[in-house]
Ligand binder design. Structure first.
Ligand code: F6R
Length: 611
């Protein structure tokens, strides 16, 4: 939710800021703005709409400076218009602030500030920050920011530029991400390393409650009490091509195609020659993990679907009783969490506010926390006792694809590891699982390159993009696949879609079926194949349009289906990782046919850092 950037150095700041914002547009894209400082003058430019609007304005009427800040917005307080776009100034116009997060007590603060004579230009919560800094501005910017932040309740990452301090930019965080990029004679600040990793791969992750001062050749971090903090650098391992479209028309399509490499990276070093070697940091030793009696997964959206599949895996493979919560529900149901519980938050970004809050709740109640995250150094990763990184590489399209399949891969690894540790898996069974796991990148590649699947997806896109509704049905471990197929479809194409356990069909959704309703039936070979086949016939009998996902060589399903996506033979537990590909492609082509922006669907943001 909102992307922020800051730059100080030897380059013209505007192109650096715009390039950074472009990579952060996935975090919000309803308005954008920048402020730069040059020759004692603070210049501001803001525009409603996508970053391209701001870009065009800066091309026709350029701004210059060697330091500046920028913002791309996902509106929380105030309409997405130019006035509410960041940066926000104080009354004097000397202080400019960009912010990601929510100032929860902004109403009270704003009233007080207005009573003190401050004039507000926007309806945003952020503007109180600039005015508060102004209140405490006595020449020491760090001190002024620190005193201002003391008054703020809520979450934030901010970057501050002050006209009287042309040698520095300031950043601070509490609950929203902020990363420093360390260059030679130049420094960067951003919500995500993506914003600057083409300039430097050396990064510093800030912790909550810290303020950083960036000068061209110096970085100083201190905590909110003013105590200096020493922080070690990290090195980002990605290469630049991971963050480019690489010849694909959309990031989403590129990321769908990247899935075999992504899951290969999840497995790398952990599963070599069908041998599993997983180990976790001290806080979660194997003897501690052995004593775990219960698992709670929590996550949001697509990651929640991965968690649902995790429950099937953990109960079946590791014989560990498991439950799954949507992160936004977990805390509010006052969960009972025993000390022998393992909490597993799953999050691509590692910054999702509800998942982070659930992690804190679970930890406070005594659970051990093992998170599955993609973004290295993210808050969820850092606050967990240990983390299993998926290493899927940067996921830029808002709809999650490769992050999901790599989350599933991490869950396969973990379930086999725990199964072995707990003595729930015999050596033969373990070998069979690992063999299948090791073959997944190759099989996924086979599905992705399958021309027939691509053609069916394209054809269905053409035929059904005007449908008002879709129904997705699946059973067992592919019930969550049905939920994921429906989610992908609605977020991408804005077509209403429901995912159901096929057994539930007769308990309500069957009433929806008529000759206009496409029903996606997930029916690879499985324990419940016959039941699924009966459900397909029931849909057929009511003249529904049937799009099936079936195992290659299954002639029966085709008889009752209008279209079939054939996936290779795979055992049931591993099938979700292959099944999801046709569902991703279907959603993609339906959206393309409707002219939707697949990489940045309306109203969404990649990283939901507010509740
Ligand atoms: C859907 C999607 C979202 C995310 C959800 C969780 O395609 O991308 O539903 O899965 O917002 O995000 P993370 O995994 O970053 O916690």
């Amino acid at each position: 939710m909102c992307g922020i950037v800051g730059y100080i150095g030897k380059r013209d700041a505007v192109p650096v800021l715009l390039k950074g914002l472009k990579t952060l547009e996935y975090r919000g894209y309803d308005s954008a703005g920048i402020a730069v400082l040059s020759g004692g003058k603070l210049s501001l430019r803001k525009r409603q709409g996508k970053l391209s609007v701001l870009d065009a304005s800066l091309r026709s009427d350029p701004l210059q400076g060697l330091l500046g800040i920028g913002h791309t917005r996902w509106a929380t307080h105030g309409l997405p218009n130019e006035k509410n776009a960041h940066p926000h100034l104080d009354c004097s116009g000397k202080i400019s602030v960009v912010h990601n997060g929510i100032v929860e007590n902004f109403g009270t603060l704003k009233t007080q500030l207005i009573q003190q004579g401050h004039t507000f230009r926007s309806q945003t919560d952020t503007e109180v920050i600039s005015h508060l800094i102004e209140c405490y501005d006595e020449g020491d910017l760090v001190q002024a920011v620190r005193r201002a932040l003391k008054e703020i309740e809520g979450t934030y990452a901010i970057v501050v530029l002050h006209k009287n301090h042309p040698d520095q930019i300031l950043g601070a965080r509490k609950g929203s991400p902020l990363v420093v990029g360390v260059g030679g004679g130049e420094q960067f600040l951003a919500s995500d390393v993506l914003a600057f990793f083409t300039y430097t791969k050396k990064v510093l992750y800030l912790d909550d409650g810290e303020i950083v001062t960036l000068r061209k050749n110096r970085i100083a971090i201190q905590n909110f009490r003013g105590k200096p903090v020493h922080r070690n650098f990290h090195r980002i391992e990605w290469n630049v091509s991971l963050a480019e479209k690489g010849g694909f028309p959309h990031y989403m399509l590129k990321e769908i195609h990247e899935q075999p490499q992504a899951i290969h990276r999840t497995l790398a070093g952990r599963l070599e020659e069908e041998k599993l070697s997983l180990s976790f940091e001290k806080k979660l030793s194997s003897s501690l993990l052995k004593r775990i009696r219960r698992v709670i997964f929590f996550s949001c959206g697509t990651a929640w679907h991965a968690s649902l599949i995790g429950k099937y895996l953990f109960e079946r493979v590791a014989q560990l009783p498991s439950e799954v919560d949507i992160s936004s529900e977990f805390r509010y149901r006052h969960p009972i969490v025993a000390k022998d519980t393992l909490a597993i938050p799953i999050s691509q970004s590692g910054e999702t506010a509800d998942t982070l809050a659930s992690l804190r709740e679970a930890k406070e109640k005594g659970a051990k926390v093992l998170s599955i995250c993609n973004v290295v150094g993210s808050t969820i990763a850092r606050e967990s006792d240990t983390v299993l990184y998926t290493h899927a590489g940067p996921e830029i399209a808002v709809p999650s694809t490769k992050a999901y399949t790599s989350q599933l891969t991490a869950l396969y690894l973990l379930s086999v590891y725990l199964g072995r540790l707990r003595g729930a898996l015999g050596a033969k069974e373990e070998r069979a699982y690992l063999k299948e796991l090791a073959s997944l990148p190759r099989r996924l590649e086979e599905v992705i390159k399958d021309r027939h699947i691509q053609e069916v997806a394209r054809e269905c896109g053409k035929r059904y993009h005007t449908a008002a509704n879709f129904l997705f049905l699946g059973r067992g471990v592919n019930f969550p696949s049905a939920l994921e197929g429906a989610l992908k479809l609605k977020e991408l194409s804005y077509i209403h879609a429901e995912g159901y356990g096929a057994g539930e069909m007769k308990h309500g959704p069957i009433a929806l079926i008529n000759e206009k309703l496409p029903v996606v039936c997930i029916a690879p070979r499985s324990e419940t194949y016959d039941k699924m086949a009966s459900n397909i016939q029931e849909v057929r009998a009511r003249r529904g349009i049937i799009l099936s996902v079936a195992t290659k060589g299954d002639p029966a399903i085709a008889k009752y289906s209008d279209h079939v996506f054939y996936i290779p033979e795979v055992s049931e537990l591993f099938s979700p990782i292959l099944v999801v590909v046709p569902l991703q492609l279907l959603a993609y082509h339906l959206a393309i046919e409707s002219g939707c922006n697949v990489d940045q669907p309306r109203n969404l943001a990649k990283s939901v850092t507010v509740e």
